[in-house]
Structure formats: C-alpha cells, structure tokens
Write a protein that binds this ligand. Structure first.
Ligand code: HEC
Length: 271
C-alpha cells in the first residue's frame, strides 16, 4: 500500500502534499483523482463526493451497457441452434404425435414413377411380351454383352450353355439357353427372370438397371442366334471368312483345351 501510495503521490500530487498523513485514511477516495483531472486541487469532503458520483455514474453506464449487450445476445437465434425436430422424435405439435410427417397420399419419389409397365416388368398383363421397349443398336448389344459377361457368365458361361465356373465347382446347373424351349421364349421372359429370379437363381433387379437388363435380354437372343446359326442365315453376297473348327467330343468348358480334328489337307486356320 505504501509503495503504491508513493508512486501515486510522486506522479500526481503536488510536492507540498506528499506527507503520508495527508492521504492516510482516505486513500481509496483519492485514487480516482488520477482519472479525474477536473477534481484535482479540490479538497476535503466536497472533492470526495464529486469523485464518488463520477465513479458511480461510470459504473452505472457500464452495468447498463453490459445488460444491453446481454439482452441483444439473448435475442439472437443462431442457425446451429434453430428449433427443429430430432428425427422420428415424438412431438406434441401434431395430433398423431409424430414429428415425421407421412408424405401426401399418392406421392412418388423422384425417378420412381414407373409409368411404363412393360419397360419395368417385361409383361403385358400377366404374360411376357416379345418386343424390345427401345430400339436396338450396336451400342445396346455391346452393353448387353458386357453386362452379361459380368453378371451371368459365372453360372451360365460365355456360351450360355449353363456350364459356368461356379457350376463346375458344384452350383446347380442352369438350363442351356440353346434349348428349344428357351430359344422360343419371348424377350420379356428373360427380363422377368432377371427382375424376379427363377428357382435357385436370385433376382438381379437391384444390381442391374432396367435398361441394362433389356440389353442383356437382347444379347442373350443374339447369343442364341449365334449358336444355332446355319450357312442359310448368312445374307446372300456375304462370304463366311472361314469354316468353323471341327472339335473332337463336347465343346470345351474352359477347364480343358479344345481338341481340334485335323483337316485332311492339313490346312491352317484363317485361310
Ligand atoms: C449364381 C448362378 C447364376 C447366375 C449368376 C445367373 N443365373 Fe440364371 N440361372 C441359374 C440357375 C441355377 C438357374 C436354374 C434355376 C432353377 O431351375 O431352379 C438359372 C436359370 C436361368 C434362366 C432360365 C429360366 C428357365 O426358364 O429355365 C434364365 C433365362 C436365366 N437364368 C438368366 C440369367 C441371366 C440373364 C443372368 C445374368 C443377369 C443369370 N441368369 C445369372 C443360376 C444363375
């Protein structure tokens, strides 16, 4: 205290008033003089009252402004603190107490209005239809081949004879696509098997989009034509580049190499 007093008196108080006795009992009241030059030089109780009033006034203003600031802050609504429902929480705002509102009756999720029943089901009424819902181009066939090789080959094999790798490892053998029954099956039938599954085969509706399923359908049809083609199917004027190779025994499955029957003239492939 004494030290503080000395510093204060040294800087502010005129030299004749440096006697510690002079300040002694009213130290706290004298200090505001430093901040209030107006009062400098005034003496006794009068001076003290003026200074005190100033201080009280200042504190009042400060308290008021803090209160004002607090009021303003309280009025603010931050976005991270907005009124909202927690998902599926109960709410007494609605009569049924559900905060999650059911969609308006007849609502269809965007992109799920399957108006074209044939495109999405392959059926006309209850029977499979036999036409493609869109034009077939080379691109569609290529896409179908790619998708078929990804999704169907493990069981049905690249040839479609039902001798895929999984079957060779013990899975149930699917029928060959080259039986009379499946050759005559309408296009929509294949679409339906992929969409809804068939016997031991699960459906592929979630893995393969409808358009891709149709592309596979048309590729299977091409595969069936390719495996049953005769020389009569070749358009007139178009030459067959080479005779098909003659194989000994059954067509190879991939696990064994094909065994070619030697041609009498020892001719080479691709002549
Ligand atoms: C995991 C093996 C497996 C895969 C992959 C698979 N299938 Fe099959 N598929 C089968 C089996 C097994 C059957 C015979 C089911 C039965 O008779 O119970 C079958 C039957 C079929 C049939 C014939 C239905 C009939 O009338 O006899 C068609 C057509 C067919 N699958 C198409 C496909 C297509 C197209 C794909 C690719 C998108 C595919 N399958 C993928 C195992 C598979």
């Amino acid at each position: 205290m004494k030290r503080l007093l000395k510093i204060v008196s040294h800087h502010v108080i005129p030299s004749e008033a440096r006697d510690p006795q002079f300040f002694g009992p009213s130290l706290e009241l004298q200090i505001p003089r430093i901040f209030s030059p107006r009062c400098r030089g005034s003496e006794g109780l009068g001076m003290t009252r003026v200074t005190l009033l100033g201080v009280v006034g200042r504190i009042g203003v400060m308290v008021l402004s803090i209160a004002l600031l607090l009021i303003c802050v309280a009025c603010r609504q931050d976005m991270h603190d907005q009124p909202r429902f927690k998902p599926l929480r109960e709410s007494d705002f609605y009569a049924d107490l559900r905060s999650a509102r059911p969609p308006v009756e007849g609502t269809v999720a965007r992109g799920q209005l399957h108006e074209d029943a044939y495109f999405y089901g392959g059926k006309i009424g209850n029977n499979p239809g036999d036409y493609m819902p869109f034009a077939v181009t080379a691109d569609v066939l290529a896409r179908g081949q790619e998708r078929y090789n990804i999704y169907c080959v493990p069981c049905h094999s690249q040839l479609g004879d039902g001798n895929g790798m999984i079957v060779q490892r013990g899975f149930r053998r699917p029928p060959s696509f080259h039986t009379d029954r499946l050759r005559k099956a309408p296009l929509g039938y294949f679409f339906d098997v992929m969409t809804n599954g068939f016997g031991a085969m699960t459906d592929y509706a979630s893995q393969i989009a409808p358009r891709d399923r149709w592309s596979i359908v048309v590729y299977i049809r091409a595969l069936q034509l390719s495996q049953a083609a005769t020389i009569a199917d070749v358009p007139t004027g178009q030459k067959v580049p080479s005779e098909p190779p003659q194989l000994r025994g059954d067509p190879p499955s991939g696990a064994t190499l094909p065994e070619l029957v030697a041609k009498p003239d020892g001719g080479q492939e691709g002549k």
